[in-house]
Design a protein around this ligand. Structure first.
Ligand code: PA5
Length: 492
């Protein structure tokens, strides 16, 4: 059930899309949306068809063969689906097997094999998880990411850090060894960034046996035999357990698959609630009425804002530190899905809206000057959390400092919200488009709603722009140059 009031779609869960500063006189108008009605109807039909068959017109895999698009199936945990009761059960068992046994997990991956995992980590664990006690972590391991860059210094620092942790544990007589699980995530199974850093860390840690004990888990394409990825073959050879990056689920949609859920399992994140939120959003977004369907409306308003009003940059600006990684995840989703040279008929269109990461209030002291006074080429997309699990009342500790005393007795969450509202108001006062996604609380369920809505929204926008939202041919260009250069370098 949703309810449209004052340019705002509010779902039964309390999640809402407030688009009042993006829609109306001087913004995207009702007539603009009406003028798009034929394309919207076609987009609706295409999304409905994709949801029921997995087929998307013209979508081909990297090797040029038709490929299904199945991310809309992921929220439904059903026998025979990509996420099924046994597959979710196995993930949870994996999580339990780490509890009170494994000291640290290192998750290797890049792009779609990292960004969603980092979101789940940040939202559930926050910044200081690795400094918390085992009890505070409910027995779950510390968690580190690597492979998200080819950075020798950070990799060496991480290895050093793990060694120092291991020595500390042994010196304190808590155990004879420090156990580390390396989770290697790569759909293609051979990505340079992921695999090079994995090999460096694997070797460095292995040399420290018996102080360090390592085990490896691989997450990759499940194909067997000739089509098996390098990582899959390696896992079979070495006897490493595996999870799957299912066929038909591209990296940027894989947070709801075993890719994201492996990290969820490692930290005790609520998988059921996360998928339930995504499922509830999928159901709401089956409403053909655009004003009741947040994914379709978001896509249409931003498409029109870009095409008709030149607002083809989207600043994704959550007001919460731990949602910065959602903005980073969204950058990949928007850029890889919609930044396309040609339409589906092969005509050059150079479509795409440029995503920008920002965080409130931080970037009000950095980017806002440009958002407010620079080119009118942006939509600023805010994310607001209504109820904070932790809050603080600003104390009146310096009563003689009038300016500081004035803000005392306010809650930090109130100060944050006033800052966001003021930013939104100042922008719209100058016809600078913005909108707000409102999450009642920052939890697994509402996160599932938000991320799924964004994923579905790019599917709608791909239809409106007539581009394939599910391929990424552009990233092959540098790979064709890099591959031979790496080979030549090795030969020298
Ligand atoms: O969205 C994508 O397809 C990419 O960002 C990939 O996720 C990224 O390149 C990593 O690829 P792989 O999982 O094959 O290592």
């Amino acid at each position: 059930m949703s309810n449209q009031k004052d340019s705002c779609i509010t779902l039964a869960s309390g999640f809402s899309f407030d688009y009042g500063n993006l829609y109306g006189a001087g913004k995207v108008t009702a007539d603009d949306v009406k003028a798009l009605s034929e394309r919207l109807a076609a987009a609706e039909e295409a999304v409905v068809y994709m949801r029921s068959t997995g087929e998307v017109r013209g979508h081909l895999s990297k090797d040029g063969t038709p490929e299904k698009v199945l991310f809309t199936q992921l929220p439904y945990v059903v026998e025979g689906n990509l996420n099924s009761p046994p597959s979710i059960g196995r993930l949870k068992e994996f999580g339990k097997s780490l509890q009170n046994r494994v000291d640290a997990v290192v998750s290797f991956g890049i792009g779609g094999s990292y960004l969603g995992n980092k979101v789940l980590f940040d939202v559930h664990c926050g910044e200081f998880w690795n400094s918390k006690s085992l009890k505070e972590r409910n027995g779950y391991p510390k968690l580190y990411f690597n492979g998200n860059n080819i950075d020798a210094r950070r990799t060496a620092d991480m290895v050093e850090h793990l060694l120092a942790e291991a020595r500390l544990k042994v010196v304190h007589g808590q155990s004879d060894s420090y156990k580390v699980t390396l989770v290697v995530i790569s759909k293609s199974g051979g990505t340079l960034d992921t695999m090079s850093t994995f090999m460096v860390v694997y070797d460095a840690l292995k040399r420290q046996a018996p102080l360090l004990e390592i085990e490896v888990v691989a997450v990759t394409d499940p194909a067997e035999g000739e089509k098996a990825t390098l990582l899959k073959k390696l896992a079979a050879e070495q006897g490493w357990p595996t999870f799957s990056v299912p066929d038909g689920v591209g990296g940027r949609f894989s947070i709801f698959s075993e890719v994201g859920l492996v990290t969820a399992a490692c930290i005790g994140f609520d998988i059921d609630a996360f998928l339930a939120g995504a499922q509830a959003m999928d159901k709401v977004c089956q409403n053909a009425d655009i004003y009741q369907n947040p994914a379709k409306l978001n896509a249409a308003l931003k498409f029109i804002a870009a095409e008709k009003y030149g607002r083809d940059i989207e600043v994704f600006m959550p007001y919460a530190d731990y949602l910065k990684s959602v903005a980073e995840w969204y950058v990949q989703l928007l850029a890889e899905s919609l930044g396309k040279r040609t339409d589906r008929e092969g005509k050059e269109v150079f479509y795409g809206r440029t995503p920008i990461v920002a965080v409130g209030t931080t970037d009000m002291h950095a980017q806002t000057q440009q958002h407010q006074d620079g080119k009118k080429d942006k939509v600023v997309q805010f994310v607001k959390i209504v109820e904070w699990e932790q809050d603080a009342i600003i104390p009146d500790v310096f009563p003689k400092a009038a300016k500081l005393s004035e803000i005392s007795s306010l809650r930090l969450s109130q100060a944050l919200d006033v800052a966001r509202e003021a930013n939104a108001q100042a922008l719209i006062n100058d016809e600078r488009f913005n909108a707000t996604f409102v999450l009642p609380r920052l939890n697994a369920y509402h996160l599932g709603e938000l991320l799924y809505m964004l994923a579905l929204s790019v599917a709608y926008e791909g239809e409106l722009a007539n581009v394939d939202a599910f391929d990424q041919p552009g990233v092959e260009a540098y790979k064709r140059i890099m591959g031979p250069r790496l080979t030549a370098m090795k030969a020298k």
